[in-house]
Design a binder for this molecule. Structure first.
Ligand code: FE2
Length: 275
């Protein structure tokens, strides 16, 4: 099975890249299932029903989030009605929505997705390591393939989660920092790992936001209203190839596509060519 995990979809530029590029990426790389972190998909903060439905229509199977999940008020009702939209599993008991979902890939094969959030330099949440233990145990009998989105700031906490789950899940994929790291690898017991998948959004920015307001905040210390940037959109993701029977990952490959790459891929997919 080949799984595409798309790094934090940021604002309209990120949504547009997904809408334009996902079908071609899926066709050219023979993808069976698509997961994406969407916590910044609507104007750079949160997710609305309209954006969520558009991303699902574009071909995303399961959407994960993190600390920005509640930024758009309407998500409080949307998340209860849309089981394919997750929030971190280690939020307070009673929080709306859910932190895990079992979906079906092409051919009906079950795939478990777990969304968890770190707590180093992050808003307080329950212990992520104990929370994933319970989540993995709950779906292990049903799913050989399990994908974990570890949404966290500190690389050490994400790396710790990778080693902690090595051999128990198919992949631990980091999100939140919006900078794709060069450490994608398969750990010794078969878990694919990357510290951060990167951002699908505008890269001539400060992690997605227009530079001027963010710089002004650093220079003056005053609160500033931040706006999403638009220049240099890139689609960043990883592709994980895994054995259906064992759940072990064989490879993890990084994707970092410019808007031109997306256009070329669309042309190649239309012509049935490999890229
Ligand atoms: Fe985040």
């Amino acid at each position: 099975m080949r799984i595409l995990f798309i790094g934090d979809v940021f604002g309209r530029p990120g949504r547009d890249l997904v809408r334009r590029g996902l079908a071609a990426l899926t066709a050219l790389h023979d993808i069976d299932l698509v997961v994406a972190n969407v916590e910044n998909a609507s104007a750079g903060a949160g997710i609305t029903r309209e954006s969520g439905e558009a991303l699902l229509d574009a071909g995303i199977d399961v959407m994960t989030t993190g600390n920005h999940v509640w930024d758009k008020r309407e998500v409080l009702t949307y998340i209860g009605a849309e089981p394919r939209l997750l929030r971190p599993v280690n939020m307070a008991p009673g929080a709306p929505g859910r932190g895990t979902f079992v979906t079906r890939a092409v051919g009906g094969r079950p795939v478990g997705v777990i969304n968890v959030m770190g707590r180093v330099f992050m808003p307080p949440v329950d212990n992520p390591f104990l929370a994933v233990d319970a989540a993995v145990a709950a779906m292990a009998a049903e799913c050989r393939i399990i994908i974990v989105d570890m949404h966290a700031e500190a690389s050490a906490e994400k790396i710790a989660m990778g080693w902690y789950l090595d051999g128990r899940v198919t992949a631990v994929v980091g999100t939140h920092t919006h900078v794709q790291t060069a450490d994608a690898r398969v750990l010794p017991r078969g878990t694919a790992y990357i510290t951060d998948t990167g951002m699908t959004g505008p890269h001539d920015s400060i992690i997605g936001m227009a530079r001027e307001a963010v710089l002004n905040r650093f220079l003056t210390g005053l609160p500033t209203r931040m706006e999403p940037a638009s220049d240099n959109p890139r689609l960043q993701a990883v592709i994980i190839e895994a054995d259906d029977q064992t759940g072990r990952a064989a490879t993890i490959e990084r994707i970092d596509w410019s808007a031109d790459d997306v256009s070329q891929a669309r042309g190649a997919a239309d012509n049935g060519e490999p890229v």
